[in-house]
Ligand binder design. Structure first.
Ligand SMILES: [Zn+2]
Length: 318
């Protein structure tokens, strides 16, 4: 993904909004400089209180022990949109971002890449740098058997000589004890903003992942607008829930629809509470608002980064 050289940030929407901010700031300061100097002391305006931003609970760090085999499947949010799944010794990370992000953070990461002993797979949902992190994938490459993603993200990984495989939507593959299938996502926002990217983004450049583990199914939808098929899957036992106020994500209304389509499924909220950016919708959403709107709000899991949650099969109606 290309970006104009004068932009210091690599996340496209971030870059554009911040660029607008830079332009605005320079206009304001330009006006200030043209005001004639006087001896009058102008009282400075009191600092505006910072806009409220819901923030993730305090990180619970973990280490090599979390990668050992056990008789269960454990899910851990890594902060941002990332997860670590240890399914009876099969270790998978989805969209890990553990170092080198280009915006200020509200969280500390629960593990450093150099502390990760081994991964059977890293799954990447799309090319945005809050999901496909060049620094983190580079740091994890030495301990990762294979990276799996869409055909487009695979091409980016192949260019870096990383061991990767590209898949189409609906394709399945096996990682140790876990069967993985790509689900459809709708996140090709780049085409809508003129000048954002020279490349035309296809819908299948982004995906979600459906994981069948020995202890139940987990759906990681990735970043996506709501699609009708998202409401019609077999009931998963956990959803790694893309929770964001952005119109290019489910948004609050879409989040409520998905939550209520699977009314007993635990929702592990992510993409919220991690980045210090109160005015940037993609990194903001408030779990308290969701709790008021969904059926069975007790299954909303506001996990701390690193906090373990054991996957349990839901009791399904026959
Ligand atoms: Zn994202």
């Amino acid at each position: 993904m290309s970006k104009p050289a004068w932009l210091p940030f690599t996340h496209p929407i971030t870059a554009w909004l911040l660029a607008l901010g830079v332009v605005f700031a320079s206009v304001v300061s330009g006006r200030a400089q043209t005001t004639p100097a006087t001896t009058t002391t102008v009282p400075t305006a009191p600092a505006q209180p910072k806009k409220y931003q819901a923030k993730a609970p305090k990180t619970q760090p973990f280490g090599a022990k979390a990668f050992k085999a056990s008789g269960k499947t454990t899910l851990r949010w890594l902060g941002m949109g990332g997860f670590f799944i240890n399914s009876r010794g099969t270790n998978i990370m989805i969209d890990p971002l553990l170092n080198g992000f280009d915006m200020p953070l509200l969280i500390t990461f629960p593990i450093a890449p150099k502390e990760v002993p081994r991964l059977d797979a890293v799954l990447l949902t799309h090319a945005d740098n809050d999901h496909y992190s060049v620094p983190t994938t580079g740091a994890l490459a030495g301990v990762t058997q294979a990276f799996h993603s869409t055909v487009y993200v695979d091409s980016l990984l192949q260019n870096r000589r990383l061991p990767s495989v590209g898949h189409g939507i609906g394709d399945t593959f096996q990682v140790g004890k876990v069967r993985v299938q790509l689900t459809r996502a709708d996140h090709a926002y780049q085409n809508v903003y003129p000048g954002m990217s020279k490349r035309y983004f296809k819908q299948e450049d982004a995906c979600g992942f459906w994981l069948e583990t020995p202890d139940g199914t987990v759906w990681a939808p990735g970043d996506s607008r709501l699609l009708p098929e998202h409401l019609q899957y077999p009931t998963p036992d956990a959803i790694l829930f893309d929770f964001s106020d952005s119109e290019w994500h489910f948004g609050l209304a879409g989040a409520v629809k998905i939550a209520n389509a699977y009314p007993n499924t635990p929702l592990l909220l992510n993409h919220w509470g991690s980045v210090d950016s109160p005015d940037f919708a993609p990194f903001n959403a408030d779990p308290e608002k969701l709790k008021k709107l969904v059926v069975n709000p007790a299954r909303i899991q506001v996990l701390a980064p690193g906090e373990p949650l054991t996957l349990k099969r839901l009791k399904k109606l026959k």
